[in-house]
Design a protein around this ligand. Structure first.
Ligand SMILES: Nc1ncnc2c1ncn2[C@@H]1O[C@H](COP(=O)(O)OP(=O)(O)OP(=O)(O)O)[C@@H](O)[C@H]1O
Ligand SMILES: [Mg+2]
Length: 249
């Protein structure tokens, strides 16, 4: 898996500035089908902004994003969904009055571009995949947090993405609920690449072979999960003090 596949996503020098803030600073990333990457970093490191540059919710100020060999740097979000990139949002963007089925039908029709009948079948399949098939007609607004996260995943997957972007989909959940989400993500890994931003290391460790770290907009680490996790310079990034100072006390 991974290295033998062609490059799916190639990010070169991606930069995003908001006035004087350098939210993302010259980030490079290559990703192949079958790769799952955990993305960590302190609050404000630029992780969500970086995902936005991939999903098209924001556009790069400089640099380039290529997907399947095509420069998509200027392609808007809705067209990137059709191209094969979908994002599950940090704050569930579910349409509360629409039923679960309707919420998942929209990306099946307009993201995956399936004809109505096939989209209906695909919807049922996706709802079953995330364990929400028992009551497809309840309004999304009636769901608890775990089920809202399941629905957010279902909506992203319904678009049939080859690149799936996950932003803190496990945040706020209990430990057993995090396990449920991890099992779900593992089921979604085949045939696609995943970038998962999460502050819960155990969730990423159980699902991602590769770990990327961002700090102050820049990518500081990128490699096999265990290797990056064991790097002592991570302490410095998270605590804001040199590693030697920590061990001296
Ligand atoms: N739309 C915006 N306008 C201005 N500044 C922004 C905007 N979005 C993000 N920023 C700034 O860019 C920096 C990176 O923010 P971002 O949300 O990407 O960080 P993050 O790593 O996702 O943090 P967290 O872990 O808290 O979610 C921060 O300084 C933030 O205040
Ligand atoms: Mg964020």
């Amino acid at each position: 898996m991974g290295a033998t596949e062609p490059v799916l996503l190639r990010v070169q020098g991606a930069t995003k500035t908001f006035g004087s803030i350098q939210a993302v600073d010259m980030v490079d990333l290559e990703l192949r089908i079958g790769e799952s990457v955990g993305l960590i970093g302190p609050n404000g490191a630029g992780k969500s902004t970086f995902l936005s540059l991939l999903s098209g919710d924001q556009q790069v100020s400089a640099g380039r994003v290529s997907f399947e060999g095509r420069d998509i740097s200027r392609v808007p979000a809705h067209a990137r969904v059709v191209a094969g990139i979908a994002r599950a949002a940090q704050i569930p963007q579910t349409f509360g009055r629409l039923s679960l089925r309707e919420n998942v039908l929209l990306p099946s029709l307009f993201g995956a571009r399936l004809p109505q009948r096939e989209a209906e079948d695909w919807c049922r399949e996706v709802l079953a995949m995330v364990g929400l098939d028992a009551r497809p007609d309840v309004p999304a607004g009636a769901l608890g947090l775990l089920d809202r996260k399941r629905l957010e995943l279902a909506k992203a997957v319904a678009a049939r993405p080859r690149l799936l972007l996950l932003d803190e989909i496990a945040a706020g959940l209990t430990e057993p609920e995090v396990e449920t989400i991890m099992a779900l993500v593992r089921r979604l890994q085949a045939g696609r690449a995943i970038v998962w931003v999460e502050h819960i290391p155990a969730a990423l460790r159980g699902t991602c072979e590769r770990l990327v770290v961002m700090d102050k907009g820049a990518k500081t680490h990128d490699g096999p999960f265990a290797e990056v996790w064991a790097d002592r310079s991570l302490q410095e990034i998270y605590m804001g003090v040199p590693d030697d100072d920590i061990s001296a006390h």
